[in-house]
Design a binder for this molecule. Structure first.
Ligand code: AMP
Ligand code: MG
Length: 392
């Protein structure tokens, strides 16, 4: 039986990046940028009015001065000739400032009557003009390779002229929930049945990582299970819940091996999630998770999300355990590493509270918690002691 750390490392070691793909920028949030992006244009691309008003030569504008207005420049349009001294032209925000003009007076400081504009204030050279290239020069790098794209980057990519960027690829994921007792929520719950918690929960967790997968339920019956797993093995990552422990109907590891999956581990010294199966078939990754929902939740955070990120070339793959302080005594009473459902509150330190629970099937305890507190093998931590925690 391997340690929790060895298990996490083994998964990451086998989760090698997929080939890069072109991604539309609106779909690129959360993806790793796999190229340096330079702007195809100056930003702004031309001298542009920052206000609605009148383009002028600043030297000729004083309070009380009146100038003839020679036309109107709409955003996207052009004034065909240079502006001469002793005249002005009406201009809208975002329109190009004509040659010859060196300032724009806000409409609020003007009064137009019969083609004459009277100014109530003077103006400095350059006022209310956004100069070509003042934000970004053409060819300038705006985002570096390796950046994880976030929403605030999208407008910059668009302004730089990019509709698509080269990014890491998201793996396809197949989701199989095994067990003759499992029923999809929304159906009538028959005798001795239980609703499928793992499927929707894992599907929802996958979505937070940009992956869409629909849960499939498979009975613990060799033929049905083999067919479901063979189909699932078309994906880059296969997630199977249930059927991986020592029961007479825990057929998943044997069936996976029969389908050519090479086992890398099958037991981890951790609670929850001891009978955890991990294997590979070529570059495909296969996770067999014990049926209890808390174990599935933990497995997602500790192994599956890191694997997805690694395939997607993300720099931040390994789960991030932080240091906290136990606000109560933690005494998990297990010879294995314990991940205890807890609530962390940010004070001057991160204070950790255990959540009362009835074990790995206690879904409401999971709903109340916001982290796992990690307690070492056979260990306990007294109130005020320190422990690492994994927050979600
Ligand atoms: P197993 O790992 O198949 O032995 O299942 C362990 C426990 O988890 C059993 O009590 C199952 O009924 C329960 N279980 C298995 N799969 C699911 C699921 N998809 N949703 C909720 N509970 C499950
Ligand atoms: Mg089962």
């Amino acid at each position: 039986m391997i340690s929790f750390e060895e298990a996490m490392e083994t998964v990451l070691k086998h989760a090698r990046p997929l080939p890069p793909v072109l991604t539309r920028i609106e779909d690129a949030v959360g993806r790793t940028l796999l190229e340096d992006v330079a702007s195809a244009t100056d930003m702004p691309p031309f001298d542009k009015s920052a206000v609605d008003g009148y383009a002028v030569r600043a030297a000729g504008v004083k309070p009380g001065v009146e100038l003839p207005c020679r036309g109107l420049i709409q955003a996207g349009a052009d004034f065909k000739r240079p502006l001469r001294s002793g005249e002005c032209v009406k201009i809208m925000t975002g329109a190009p400032v004509p040659a010859g003009a060196d300032a724009v007076v806000m409409v609020e400081y003007t009064l137009e009557k019969n083609g004459l504009v009277k100014f109530s204030a003077g103006i400095g050279r350059g006022d209310n003009i956004a100069r070509r290239g003042e934000d970004v020069k053409r060819g300038q790098r705006i985002l570096r390779r390796g950046t994880v794209i976030s929403i605030e980057h999208i407008a910059a990519l668009a302004a730089a002229g990019r509709a698509e960027v080269k990014t890491g690829a998201l793996p396809s994921v197949a989701l199989v929930n095994t067990g003759g007792e499992i029923v999809p929520p929304g159906r009538l719950l028959g005798r001795n049945r239980i609703y499928n918690s793992n499927g929707p929960m894992l599907a929802a967790m996958l979505r937070t990582d940009g992956v869409h997968a629909a849960p499939v339920i498979a009975r613990d019956e060799p033929k049905a299970l083999r067919a479901a797993l063979a189909r699932a093995l078309k994906a880059d990552i296969v997630l199977v819940s249930g059927g991986v422990s020592m029961g007479d109907y825990d057929l998943v590891p044997g069936t996976l091996k029969a389908l050519g999956v090479k086992q890398l581990f099958h037991k981890v010294r951790v609670r929850p999630g001891k009978p955890m199966f991990f294997g590979v078939k070529g570059r495909k990754l296969v996770f067999g998770i014990p049926g209890n929902p808390v174990a599935n939740f933990m497995a997602y955070l500790a192994y599956i999300r890191p694997a997805i990120r690694s395939l997607a070339s993300r720099p931040d793959c390994a789960p991030k355990f932080r240091d906290g302080e136990c606000a109560v005594k933690f005494e998990p009473r297990t010879p294995r590493r314990a991940l205890v459902l807890s609530k962390v509150c940010a004070r001057n330190k991160y204070a950790l509270y255990g959540i009362d629970n009835n074990g790995s099937a206690d879904i409401l305890a999971l709903a109340e918690a916001n982290c796992f507190t990690m307690i070492k093998e056979k260990g306990s931590v007294k109130k005020g002691g320190s422990a690492k925690f994994l927050r979600w």
